[in-house]
Each structure stands twice: as C-alpha cells, then as structure tokens.
Design a protein around this ligand. Sequence first.
Ligand SMILES: O=C(O)CCCC[C@@H]1SC[C@@H]2NC(=O)N[C@@H]21
Length: 249
Amino acid sequence: MSAAATVLLDQTDSTNAEARRRADAGETGPVWIVARRQTSGRGRRGREWLSETGNLAATLLMTTAKAPAEAAQVTFIAALAVADLLDAFVVRDSVTIKWPNDVLIKGAKAAGILVESGTHPSGRLWLAVGIGVNLAHAPDDTERPATSVAAHLRPDIAYAPPVEAGAAVLADAFAVWMGRWETLGFQPVLDAWAARTPGLDQPCVARLGHETVSGVADGVAPDGSLRMRLADGSLRLISAGDVFFNEAA
Ligand SMILES: O=C(O)CCCC[C@@H]1SC[C@@H]2NC(=O)N[C@@H]21
C-alpha cells in the first residue's frame, strides 16, 4: 500500500459512511478519514457507536485487487495497529485483543473496529477500515465494561493524546502491519494477533444473531475464524458474531 493521506473533518455522520461516499465517487485511497465528531457513528451488528469529543473516529479507505475473503484479513491488521497505539500510552501489559477485533485495556473495551466493503467504480474492492478508540472518554451505558486510554495512562504520561496525535500513531502502526502482511503473508500477522489474544483455549459463548452457541475455543483457523469445540465434540467455525470468553452458556 502506498503512503496514506489524512483528511481531518470537524464533523461528519460517520467516517465509514464518508469513506463509502468517496469510494462510490471514484476515490481509491489510501486515505485516512478522521473526524473530531460523528453524529451517526456505527458499530458492528447495526449498533450505534458513540464517540464523544476527544475520542478517535477514523476510517482508512483503500482499494484492493484481493478477493473479499482475503481482504477481510485487514481486521487483524487493524486490531494489531490499535493495540500498538494503546501500548504507546497506557500502563504496561494491560492491552489485549478479543476475537475478532475488539481491543481491551485491563479486560474492558477501549476500541472497536468495523470493516465495510463494496465494489469500486473501477471494479476493484474498496474497504473502509473504521476504527473507534476511546482516547478521552468511555461510554457508561454499555452491556459490557468499557474504558478509555485516559483512565489507564502510564505514570510518565499526563494526558491522553489528542485526536491528531492518536491518528498519526495509529496510521504509522497500521502501515507497519500492512507492510508485513504484504511481504510475509497472513500467517505471521495471525500469529502476532493470537499472541495478544487470550482465551483462545477457553470456554466461550458465541452470539450469532439467530442463535447462541457455547463450547470451548480451540484456536483460530488459518483464515482467522474462531474454532469452537461444541459439547458433542464437533467443531464449529465462527467467522462473525459476538464471542464472550471464559463463559459457558
Ligand atoms: O462495534 C464496534 O466495536 C465497532 C465500532 C467501530 C466504530 C468506528 S468509529 C470510526 C468508524 N466510523 C463509524 O461509523 N464506525 C467506525
């Protein structure tokens, strides 16, 4: 991927929606679209994503010749880049990833990733890699605990980074992981991701929309799907959904 430009908006509905509009209009990227404020931020599975002022809302718009299944691996790049961003500011050894792409500080969600895609006018695939990071604030009305960078700063750091600085650290980290993916392939990326993702051998529950499945995680498949061993001994591959670890149904 060539070096990405950055566009900083004071306000937009959603940086992912802005990326989609730009892709539909023929923009190829790579470009980071960063907003100080989103009025309709979206989360996974149709949920709303509230990003208060001071939090990072950013989307990388890019186009690729890869097939959709392979291109989806970019979520793992995003999770690793976000983990690096958090590592730069928060207390040591507190950042982990939860399958597939939530990034946690001391077990509470501090960042979420929403990758959307479509067909570019050129016929290639466009990707909108949307990343929300609770730099300054965390919502207090979430089903599961949420937290922020500001709540876990390293002792030698006085403030959470402003949006511009957070976006710059994120873009740099993303470029490093992207370079590894492009030159070495997905396996080393997946290995790095797995090393930061506890619970991949623990009891877990997957909420898949139409059904809830419980079992024991059994690592990840080569494409990053979660392998889940069910009570009857069968193996189920989970490629999307909400998964909660260390939990039985
Ligand atoms: O549900 C999740 O965990 C994913 C949240 C993704 C939020 C980010 S904020 C920047 C980008 N724009 C959006 O509307 N959503 C993503």
